[in-house]
Design a protein around this ligand. Sequence first.
Ligand SMILES: Cc1ncc(COP(=O)(O)O)c(C=O)c1O
Length: 216
Amino acid sequence: MCKLEQHNPGGSLKDRIALHMIEKAEREGRLKPGDVIVDISSGNTGIGEAMVAAAKGYKCIIAMPEAPVMYERYLTCRMLGAEVHLLNRVYSNEAMLKYVEELGQQEGFCYINQFYSDYNPEAHIVRLGPEIWSQTHGQIDYFVHGIGTGGCVQGVGTFLKAKKPAAKVPRQPSSLEPKALHLVTFRCLLTARWCNPVTVHAHRSSQSNRLNPGST
Ligand SMILES: Cc1ncc(COP(=O)(O)O)c(C=O)c1O
């Protein structure tokens, strides 16, 4: 069974976490009317956040690694009214995260922080996991998913494990062997939760710890 998440309004499953993380920030008083939502994204979370921000009347800044393949995501964020800070590819992941952290610490800014927010996996525990469970009528052997932040696999994995406690959940992708494919229980890939957002920049980290975003 394949679940097509591109039918979400922003075009990906990241809409789910965008709405959940932003509404949690509102409920906790971290995000107030007139504030600016800030996050770093290679595109899809940014699109979801820009869309939710537009619907709720917040300004939104998305910091995005500069890469030609991201151009349509850049344009979509802009069309949804977000400001996009393109981060030069010579900078390390750490430097990029530092940039957005500093931006988010300013008065009137709210840093959503998809890479570390517990509300990222939680969005999948409360919505996507139950949807998959109900749509498969519990007949699920494996959950297979690509990993970016790790929020989806962690959230869905947590939910599915709670439903089938006896299920084996490998901690590394290498432990999922082809011979296990016929097992009746499901298996989820649970790897390190927070992966590096933009690995292509990592090898240039010594060049500078300052960023020079093109603000657009
Ligand atoms: C469309 C889409 N699906 C799935 C993922 C991965 O999900 P997660 O960040 O929860 O690991 C990403 C991000 O990497 C994505 O952009």
